[in-house]
Design a protein around this ligand. Structure first.
Ligand SMILES: [Zn+2]
Length: 203
């Protein structure tokens, strides 16, 4: 099985809106700035490391270091690597959520509306994230339609025949979550949730 792991926003997208919202909790606590794109790159790398021992799995993490962002990045990676990497069975884009109300928290996983395989995989990712992450509750899987957030990535790959999921494991804008991201085991927990889901799908 071949999967592609993408860290949301890319290196050049320092001021991504969600990332900025996500930093407010840190600024308020005097903790300095923590950008979503930096945290999701850590999660992607850790997930890649954890999946190395899964039999018959090839994980392409090149998306983690590219300066490009979102759908553009995936299209470019896909076009660059399809000749050598071959067909991809699953693409995962990792994000963290943010919202104006700091009390909002929990996990959700997005897929492209109408892609049954992607919906099935989204359910598996949500289950494993909920099992591993200590500060969360379910916000469900969400079918994204054209024009909505994540549709470029999810729809673009779905049209290429690649099931894709976009994970929003926690809300960076929730103060308890922000603290746990900074000091706790939340990053490895999120990575383990992703790796466990990949293991089930690859198994
Ligand atoms: Zn994001």
């Amino acid at each position: 099985m071949k999967i592609i792991l993408v860290a949301g926003h890319g290196l050049s997208n320092k001021n991504a809106k969600v990332a900025d919202v996500g930093t407010q909790a840190y600024k308020a606590a005097g903790e300095g700035t923590l950008y979503e794109r930096d945290v999701v790159r850590k999660i992607a790398r850790m997930t890649g490391d954890m999946t190395q021992l899964i039999p018959n799995l090839v994980c392409d993490q090149l998306g983690v270091e590219t300066p490009l962002q979102l759908s553009k990045k995936v299209e470019v990676i896909w076009d660059q690597h399809r000749s050598t990497f071959g067909p991809v069975d699953l693409a995962i884009e990792i994000h963290l959520n943010g919202f104006a109300n700091p009390s909002v928290y929990g996990s959700e996983v997005l897929y492209y509306d109408g892609d049954d395989k992607a919906e099935e995989y989204a359910g598996i990712f949500l289950n494993h994230i909920l099992r591993r992450v200590s500060i969360t509750k379910t916000r469900g899987v969400k079918g994204v339609k054209s024009g909505q957030n994540g549709a470029a990535f999810l729809g673009g790959l779905s049209r290429k025949g690649i099931p894709a999921v976009l994970t929003e494991s926690v809300f960076m804008t929730n103060p308890a979550t922000a603290q746990a991201l900074r000091y706790g085991v939340l990053i490895p927990e999120i990575a383990l949730g992703h790796a466990s889901a990949i293991s089930e799908i690859a198994g």
